[in-house]
Design a protein around this ligand. Sequence first.
Ligand SMILES: Nc1ncnc2c1ncn2[C@@H]1O[C@H](COP(=O)(O)OP(=O)(O)OP(=O)(O)O)[C@@H](O)[C@H]1O
Length: 565
Amino acid sequence: MQADGSGFTPLLNNILSLGMITSWLPGDQKGLLGTLTIFLMGWLLEMGRNAYTWFSERWRFQYSLTAEFSEGDPAFDWILAFLSKQQAWRNSWNFKISAKTLQRKNGVEASQICKGHKSENAEYVPTYQNPQLFRWEGYWIEISKTLSSSSYNYQEDRSISSSTFYLTVYTRDVSVVSSLVEQARMEYMEMSQPHVIIHTSNRSYIPFYWNECKRKPRRSLESVILEEGVLDSLVFDAREFLGMEEWYQTTGIPYRRGYLLYGPPGSGKTSTVYALAGELELEIYSLSLASSSMDDSLLAAAVGCIPKRSIFLLEDIDCAFSRIDESNSTNSTRMYGMTPKCNVTLSGLLNVLDGVASQEGVLFFATTNHVEDLDNALIRPGRIDKKVRYHHAVQAQAAALYKRFYPISHCAPESASEDVSDEEKTVRIDDLAARFSQSIPDKTFTAAELQGFLLTCKFQPEKAVREVKDWADNTMKERLELEAKKTAKQEKVQAERDKEEIEKLRSTLVKMNGSTGLSRRIEKSSGKQDARGEAKPSPEQSCSGSGLSGNGLDTWTIAEPDAHK
Ligand SMILES: Nc1ncnc2c1ncn2[C@@H]1O[C@H](COP(=O)(O)OP(=O)(O)OP(=O)(O)O)[C@@H](O)[C@H]1O
């Protein structure tokens, strides 16, 4: 029941309930006095309850501080992790149980809920449905959560809800709240350390927030094998940038840095970003411009809520917009009309990169397989400050990949049960790695392709060396066949398009001839002669449709161009 201030509602309730009670009393107590006494008692009780609520609210208001944490904001994640660690869910047994995945849900271990119970596969996520009270550093803290369905998404035909945490600390000292938040942030960072946190979003409407969060085991820099010095210079550059905020401010240069990683698919661009994020302890905010729901305003909103000291990763940026038009594109996917639809405009992206929506202190990484398709405006210094080119693996890279695949600790000799020392194993692996790399042509296969092959020879380094040449030959052969098929298909598509064009022109001209009453048909000579010495039109002239000869408009020639017959 809610207090309405006037006390009228409880009064009415009491009268009604009294009527019911007195009807059950013995006859001698049914008098007016009995009724009034009970009525008065009920009324007093209700008034007392209202007064208690009123005073406790005033007291709360006077002697407590309430902080709000909304879903989508990084601080929301900090508080969730903090609550799990503080076991704020202890007095409530409401959990959402879901399978353990890479997605981070801030669940608690089954053993925390029930001693001795272990569950490797399920995750218990406290729902905080009811307000919970817990003690932290001598302060009483109350936590409550609301789920508000704020708007309706017509695209996905469902209402959108988001959660908000309210943290009430019973003190007037604001520094308590700030130190709690700082502790929550530190603990969150500590907890995330063995992982790289990747934020994505499937929201296609504003208010936007990064509503999905995955964690991946950290990848060491050594595990990404690039040409010598490439990775080191990238790490050095990013680290230097992160330590130079003040310098940027003094010089008035916008405090952000852009990197473009370009090269063939599977050469290690994404792996580089993940390894770098792990090394520098940064979180990644990753978006794809190829998503049909992404447009300029959503992109601006997304970038607007990336926190400082983070990586903003835009993968396959060429999918979104290319400088050259589709008909000229060499990219076969475009040829077949498979270019993903993109609603982000070039100016929208440029605005985001250097306009109001751009976030200070963010490392921007763009990856592409087709750098030649990018607009110069996009990759000019200030937007892209450092470009890193990726190649197919050179032989030294292939050898390094091989050695990473067969660390000596996992390397038992294939043939005999000889007892081999570590030095001998190292020499053996070095020798095998050299033979492996010499069996494949330089700059022909990507690291991903080599990794795919090596996965077929797990724990069998000798086998990998024996079979790599055949694999390389077969892969090359398959590649050539595929290329030939693609080219043939492209030519066929092109020929069909030309034919359609010719048909369109032919019917237009026939209509025009009919409407103007022109019936005369005179062959227009191109100056070229075929084998029989007859005049033959060039493809351009055949269907040019201008209708204007040197001496005026009166003749049309329609002929199939030889090239596309
Ligand atoms: N240089 C490399 N060193 C080590 N592993 C690599 C390297 N390049 C690729 N790989 C492996 O190949 C797989 C794909 O790599 P990754 O996604 O980084 O390539 P990419 O260049 O980003 O590809 P795409 O352009 O298709 O996104 C990963 O499993 C990664 O471990």
